[in-house]
Design a protein around this ligand. Structure first.
Ligand SMILES: O=P(O)(O)OC[C@H]1O[C@@H](O)[C@@H](O)[C@@H](O)[C@@H]1O
Length: 404
């Protein structure tokens, strides 16, 4: 093994100065994750243009399906959660995310399967596409052009959205999610319109501008969020189903890019159980030993502490179109902020903005996406290359024939 522990490099303590110089920061991001993340708005526009060229009549002609299955893993899998939240609780058709290879036994000719894979070769998406074609389900595929997935879609005469590859998959969230939404729109399940897409893209562009590498942490909300989280165990809770999708996305990017352990979920659920963390060793018990006179900027070598990130979504959500009245979600969000304050657990709050579900989701993902990159860079970690993911793939792949 080369390097330190199994070739792993980086600094145990976050170094804020590593975020000061744009040039050296870009050099520490050789894979261009900052650039790829800044392309989120462009991804939305590209995907919308692509959809306009994709013939989806086979989907629409057969009318409303019995169910929609979104098959894929990782970021591709998250597109299923995005579709569910944009479709909302009144969606007349069940939308099911399927993250393991193949399809559930009940899926058949009455259903639509959307197979998603940024690389176009995840076993999960490929096996789902193959099973959908075999069982006569309507298939749509989304992913890398000239891939196995595209070939499979062609064989099944299924529509294929060619999403130009921006490695790794987690930097292509918007490029993957928009085609999934537009496929669902073609079968009448979501109301995303061209204005929603344009406004979402504009918001993503504006946030990328605020979070640009050259903007220092006083004015850059992503750098500020990253530095606040440094050295802590982040807990990310969402006040609504939409905010919870954003919370899970933040957990994925914090884990993959910055390699932080994160707990994420719905505040409603957390309030019945995990909120107890605020009382524990990493919560109130750690905070009670904090020296309130210490310089808050001094490097903390003491106890590991929780840091709460609360995603609030108090705007849209007309009562008749929601799981729960906004007032209930808002009271719960106020309550957890009070609890955190009582125990001295620090809390960042991000509030959704925008006039459509898609734009609101974008408003809760853009800054956190960048924050996960800045947190990696502050620790001297390359946010793109994750040795553990490649090693895991290597170790779990079967040896070629004759090498056992
Ligand atoms: O979207 P595809 O290419 O199928 O990848 C699915 C997932 O695969 C994993 O190995 C990681 O690379 C994830 O970041 C990715 O989301």
């Amino acid at each position: 093994m080369e390097g330190g522990a199994a070739g792993v490099h980086g600094h145990r303590h976050a170094d804020e100065s590593l975020l000061d110089d744009e040039k050296s920061m870009l050099a520490n991001d050789p894979g261009g994750m900052l650039r790829a993340t800044a392309s989120a708005g462009a991804q939305v526009r590209e995907a919308a243009a692509l959809a306009a060229e994709t013939d989806l009549s086979v989907l629409a002609d057969e009318g409303r399906p019995r169910a929609v299955v979104v098959a894929g893993i990782g970021t591709a899998g998250l597109t299923g959660s995005i579709l569910s939240t944009v479709a909302g609780p009144r969606c007349p058709v069940p939308i099911i995310g399927h993250r393991s290879p193949g399809l559930p036994g009940w899926v058949g000719a009455a259903d639509v399967v959307i197979a998603v894979s940024a690389s176009g070769r995840s076993p999960e998406a490929l096996a789902a596409a193959e099973a959908a074609a075999r069982r006569g389900a309507r298939l749509v595929a989304v992913g890398n052009p000239d891939s196995e997935l595209e070939a499979m879609a062609a064989r099944a005469r299924a529509p294929f959205f060619a999403v130009p590859r921006r490695a790794p998959a987690r930097a292509s969230l918007w490029g993957l999610a928009v085609p999934v939404l537009l496929a669902a729109r073609a079968i009448g399940l979501v109301k995303v319109n061209e204005a929603d897409l344009a406004e979402t893209a504009t918001r993503l562009d504006a946030d990328a501008e605020r979070c640009r590498p050259g903007a220092d942490s006083f004015v850059n909300p992503a750098k500020a969020l990253a530095l606040g989280l440094a050295g802590s165990i982040p807990i990310v809770w969402g006040s609504s189903p939409l905010a919870t999708v954003a919370a899970r996305r933040f957990a994925d990017t914090l884990a993959a890019n910055a390699r932080y352990p994160v707990m994420a979920g719905a505040l409603g659920e957390a309030g019945r159980g995990r909120v107890g963390l605020l009382d524990g060793v990493f919560g109130g018990l750690a905070e009670s030993t904090r020296d309130i006179f210490a310089d808050p900027d001094a490097e903390e070598t003491g106890a590991t502490r929780l840091r709460l990130v609360l995603f609030r979504d108090g705007g849209l959500n007309p009562e008749e179109d929601a799981d729960e009245p906004v007032a209930v979600e808002e009271r719960r969000a106020d309550a957890v902020q009070t609890l955190a304050e009582r125990r001295g657990v620090r809390c960042d709050v991000l509030t959704a903005e925008g006039g459509s579900a898609l734009e609101r989701l974008a408003s809760l993902t853009a800054v956190p996406d960048f924050a996960s990159l800045y947190l990696a860079l502050a620790h001297g970690l390359d946010p793109m290359a994750v040795p553990a993911i490649s090693e895991m793939k290597e170790l779990s792949n079967p040896l070629p024939e004759g090498m056992q």
